[in-house]
Write a protein that binds this ligand. Structure first.
Ligand code: MN
Length: 314
């Protein structure tokens, strides 16, 4: 809480000065019919590099309906990054973009000064849903920019001994980032081969965290429990993964974010007044625009005097 009026939370980088291994429990959030494992912000309200939010959904199967159905809602001050392991999500926003997210591709929405969007399971679907949703805090110099949406059908792929790696944010080696970001950043999905070991190169200036998405995985000899976000600290030039049965590991990082951010509902800001203004603008149908393709009511902003959890798939 920053003051008595707006129940926003301040978040700062963990920014460990060396390599450590700390594990933070992921908590379950029930939002409608979709159960989400929320891994960020972790206890102590911390971010990992510029990554300030991480939801893990699925794996799940369904026969009918749409497990993902997030009505129109606003964002400011962040980028959303959608990475699917399986299934489909259709994104619509107030810029008029309609994009189908599929496994292997990456979608990045830059909210900047304000955008509204929906995320839904499309009518034509595989009956499966499995993926992650992340937010990236925009640095002060870029957080008031015009909103934008970027999509890549295929994130860069790297095959190396023991692993198949997909880099969905930032770069490993010289390959450019699939989509534009405004801080140094890394986001990758490391698929380790059964019974093999793989060494992943890291930038020692970055802090990193890993979340096991599937299978069993040990890192530098430590077994990585699922349902925990493992924070690795800084000053690591590489990390070694080994798996008995094969695994999929999400690895995120970036230089410790130099600014303290304020998070409330779907907004990332610096000052309580900015959050109050964004809320008033959403409720007054100003600034953010509409998502006319959505069949149903848009989300109403909660009261400012209680802490508002973000949407499941924000
Ligand atoms: Mn959203």
């Amino acid at each position: 809480m920053n003051d008595g009026k707006i129940a926003a939370k301040t978040c700062t980088a963990i920014g460990a000065a060396g390599h450590i291994l700390e594990s933070y429990p992921v908590h379950q959030v029930n939002l409608g019919s979709l159960q989400v494992s929320r891994a960020l912000p972790v206890r102590g309200r911390r971010l990992i590099g510029p990554w300030c939010f991480l939801d893990r959904f699925g794996p799940l199967t369904f026969q009918s309906g749409k497990p993902m159905d997030v009505a129109p809602h606003p964002h400011i001050g962040l980028q959303t990054v959608t990475w699917l392991l399986d299934g489909e999500i259709v994104h619509n926003d107030s810029l008029g973009c309609e994009v189908l997210a599929r496994p292997g591709g990456v979608n990045v929405m830059t909210a900047g000064k304000g955008i509204a969007h929906t995320e839904q399971t499309p009518a034509n679907n595989s009956g499966r849903l499995n993926g992650v949703q992340l937010w990236v805090a925009l640095p002060d110099a870029h957080r008031h920019m015009d909103p934008a949406f970027e999509s890549r059908e295929q994130a860069p792929v790297l095959e190396q001994p023991g692993a198949f790696i997909q880099v969905f944010a930032g770069s490993l080696g010289r390959a450019p980032s699939p989509c534009r970001h405004y801080s140094e950043i890394l986001g990758m999905d490391v698929q380790t081969h059964a019974g093999e070991e793989t060494e992943v190169e890291l930038n020692p200036r970055f802090e990193h965290a890993v979340l096991v998405l599937e299978g069993d995985c040990a890192m530098d000899g430590h077994s990585l429990e699922p349902a925990l976000l493992h924070y690795l600290g800084t000053r690591r030039s590489s990390v070694c993964f080994r798996s008995r049965e094969g695994s999929r590991v999400l690895l995120i990082g970036g230089p410790p974010f130099p600014e303290t951010i304020l998070m409330w509902w779907n907004f990332v800001a610096r000052l309580p007044e900015e959050i109050g203004q964004a809320r008033r603008d959403w409720e007054g149908h100003l600034r953010f625009g509409e998502v006319p393709s959505y069949q149903g009511r848009r989300l109403s902003a909660p009261s400012l005097i209680r802490f508002a959890r973000p949407n499941p798939a924000s």
